[in-house]
Design a protein around this ligand. Structure first.
Ligand SMILES: *Cc1c(COP(=O)(O)O)cnc(C)c1O
Length: 392
């Protein structure tokens, strides 16, 4: 059976927990999305922009020096860092902006934490000539000034949100409020495999190109399937994008790496799968970081893109059924991952991706014999130079 089910559930997780006014809109969106999936001309246009604008296919690069360093692992890097705007996020925003056009919407909104999804959204809105409004916590506007300038340069209006903790979850609430008010002409682009159904499904389908390409490329190079897939997990879109095409390949082990921040036994982490409870966030049921009385806890990670107190419902399901294993890496370990890949391969990864990289050292110590692994190199590290300047 292919998941999610009709109501948008992956096992116990997912669904639509939204105000009544949005239900009809989500139904409509799902209808248009399913129609688009089957429509050759939509697929052709999507493939066109992925290829000509974003730069697909990305290479599957054999990291020889890293493999020699790890001894027991032969590592292939799926180079999403080479895409336009520097990360996998553009795959999804291209898909959703084409849906917006198909629905004849003229206005795009999104929320953003670190600003990376905001930049990828502002980029495709500019590409299609659509009005774009980005909600961002006032605290984040201060911390991520460079991305705010990028969005403005791309023609987006950035609205600082001053309610609550003035961060990502407050920006989400504000974006949903805007959507409810302006549904007629507005399309809400969500940045990960989270949100109410059909978003986790849509984002997965738009990101699944990562795993489809990687599977084909790996088979061509190695004449077999990899033993492991490794990817970092914030909301979970680059990981699900890689994992999805391998779901039925039971011998391929999948490992998602969450941010342990300052440690799992502190309040300063983003490990929603490892440490979270079943709860509702951003319109769907999944694992979330919350206090005993059910309030969402602020998350922490040195990687802005992992700093999210929830996770996509399909990952909660993969964990529940044991299809994927979820592990954690601390801020400090991630910094050493960033240095390692920079020095050993000449590739500066995003701080998010560095979590997946450094986990390889732990994996290498536990495997028996020689194994192969595909790592999703979700993005490049240019954006993180400010964060790590004092840590090099
Ligand atoms: C946003 C981001 C992530 C985290 O988002 P997912 O939805 O979990 O993929 C990871 N890596 C990079 C480079 C990002 O920009």
């Amino acid at each position: 059976m292919s998941l999610p089910d009709k109501k948008g559930y992956f096992g116990d997780f997912g669904g639509k927990y939204v105000p009544e006014t949005l239900m009809a809109l989500l139904d409509d969106l799902e209808k248009v999305f399913r129609g688009a999936l089957k429509d050759r001309s939509f697929q052709k246009e999507f493939q066109y922009y992925l290829r000509e604008y974003a730069g697909r296919p990305t290479s599957l690069y054999l990291a020889e020096r890293l493999s020699r360093h790890l001894k027991t692992l032969k590592v292939y890097l799926k180079r999403e860092d080479l895409l336009h705007t520097g990360a996998h996020k553009i795959n999804n925003t291209i898909g959703q902006v084409l849906l917006a056009k198909r629905m004849k919407k003229t206005r795009i909104i999104a929320e953003t934490g670190a600003g990376q999804h905001g930049v990828a959204t502002a980029t495709v809105a500019a590409l299609m000539g659509l009005e774009c409004v980005i909600y961002m916590g006032a605290e984040d506007v201060k911390r991520q000034a460079l991305n705010v300038d990028r969005m403005k340069l791309l023609g987006a209006k950035v609205i600082p949100v001053t309610s609550g903790s003035q961060t990502l979850k407050d920006a989400m609430n504000e974006a949903i409020r805007d959507w409810v008010t302006n549904v007629r002409n507005t399309f809400y682009i969500i940045g990960s495999v989270a949100g109410p159904h059909p978003y986790p499904l849509m984002v997965r389908e738009f990101q699944a190109v990562i795993g489809r390409e990687a599977r084909r490329q790996f088979l061509a190079k190695e004449k077999r399937l990899p033993d492991y897939l490794v990817a970092c997990v914030g909301g979970g879109s680059n990981a699900m994008g890689l994992f999805h095409s391998f779901f039925n390949d039971r011998k391929v082990h999948m490992i998602g790496v969450e941010a342990a921040g300052l440690g799992l036994n502190t309040d300063q982490n983003s490990a929603s799968l490892k440490k979270g409870e079943v709860g509702i966030l951003h319109g769907s049921k999944s694992r979330v970081l919350e206090t005993k009385d059910g309030q969402i806890k602020p998350a922490h990670s040195i990687a802005a893109g992992l700093d999210y107190p929830g996770v996509g419902p399909e990952h909660a399901y993969y964990q529940e059924i044991g299809r994927a294993q979820y592990v954690t890496v601390t801020d400090q370990e991630a910094v050493s991952g960033l240095k390692l890949l920079s020095r050993i391969e000449g590739i500066i990864p995003a701080m998010e991706t560095a979590h997946a990289i450094i986990y390889l050292e732990k994996l290498a110590r536990t495997v028996k014999g020689q194994k192969s692994v595909i790592v999703c190199l979700s993005g490049r590290g240019d954006k993180d130079m400010g964060t790590i300047k004092n840590l090099i």
